[in-house]
Design a protein around this ligand. Structure first.
Ligand SMILES: Nc1nc2c(ncn2[C@@H]2O[C@H](COP(=O)(O)OP(=O)(O)OP(=O)(O)O)[C@@H](O)[C@H]2O)c(=O)[nH]1
Ligand SMILES: [Mg+2]
Length: 302
């Protein structure tokens, strides 16, 4: 009989390299929000793949970056802690020219210091000419004794087939850690709160996304099971740090907040499989990203 394998796999790398896109691709569900802006992911997100012979517990993490304190430092700590606790690590980079920037070099050093078996994943191969790939692989092979080097495109799904097999091969023999029906540790209300933050990232520029948090104030499912008339009522607060940011989020005559709300509502309806009635309210919480108390109030418990 074949032995069952199971373990935790940490997905780490610089911001924006496609870690969350890869998580979603592998789990086959939109679990982590994705955006073209760096520092999209703020927490550790579990996605479980269960098969007959194995269970892979993937952990998406915030991007590794130079952080001075507050929310950003907390995000980097969380990523490094997840790496330290994992059985196997995936270090994601973006395909491109072989030159390595100092920030990527620093992230590589952090991965080396973790002393974990690590697969190098070269993501976004759809975005570069094939001819660039071999020199890039050679360059990176010189830098670390990778368990394996795996070029793929998380967005397009190129070369993703077989990737889970590659992960399983490096996991310890172990019984499953989660019941087969469990695919995440996120509650629906957390996922909904993130869907609002995703729209905020999409509809606001510059510093605003980094100053926002979303708190679900009400998640009323009492009318959910009414068949075609089923409904979930959700009320959420959008926290910002300054009055000027509040004005930006609301927009002229409330136009931007309306767009954010309807975008988020559509995504929630897809997730929950029912109609959603969503109310958003913008609140100023001065400097919440910088103090422990502020972080707690914004739902980022340590
Ligand atoms: N062309 C291309 N774009 C990709 C690929 N994977 C991800 N992206 C894009 O890269 C951007 C960042 O993706 P995310 O998955 O949010 O990146 P992340 O590493 O989780 O970023 P943080 O959470 O900020 O650390 C998004 O615009 C994605 O659509 C890929 O394989 N090819
Ligand atoms: Mg992410």
């Amino acid at each position: 009989m074949q032995h069952h394998r199971a373990g935790f796999v940490a997905i780490v790398g610089r911001p924006n390299v496609g870690k969350s896109t890869l998580l979603n691709r592998l789990v086959g569900q939109k679990l982590a929000i994705v955006s073209p802006k760096p520092q999209t992911t703020r927490s550790r997100i579990l996605g479980v793949i269960t098969r007959e012979d194995a269970q892979v517990a993937l952990l998406d993490t915030p991007g590794l970056h130079a952080a001075k304190g507050g929310l950003n430092a907390r995000m980097v700590r969380l990523a490094l802690q997840t790496l330290a606790d994992a059985d196997l690590a995936l270090f994601l980079i973006e395909a491109g020219p072989p030159a390595i920037d100092p920030a990527t070099r620093k992230a590589l050093d952090q991965v080396k210091q973790a002393h974990k078996p690590t697969l190098l994943v070269i993501n976004k191969i759809d975005a570069v000419p094939r001819i660039q790939l071999l020199p890039l692989i050679d360059r990176w092979k010189e830098l670390h004794p990778w368990t394996e080097v795996y070029p793929l495109s998380a967005l397009k799904g190129e070369n993703v087939e077989g990737f889970v097999d590659a992960l399983v091969a490096h996991l310890p023999e172990s019984p499953p850690m989660f019941p087969p029906e469990q695919w995440t540790d996120r509650e629906e209300r957390d996922l909904c709160s993130e869907l609002i933050r995703e729209q905020l990232l999409r509809h606001t520029g510059q510093e605003v996304p980094y100053s926002t948090a979303v708190l679900i104030e009400q998640f009323d499912e009492s009318e959910r099971e009414r068949g075609p008339r089923g409904l979930v009522r959700i009320a959420a607060s959008v926290l910002v740090e300054r009055n000027s940011q509040k004005a930006i989020v609301i927009g002229k005559g409330g136009a931007r907040l309306k767009e954010i709300g309807s975008g988020a509502r559509r995504e929630m309806e897809r997730l929950l499989g029912t109609k959603v009635f969503l109310q958003l309210h913008v609140r100023v919480e001065p400097g919440w990203t910088r103090t422990a108390k502020g972080l707690r109030r914004a739902g980022y418990e340590d």
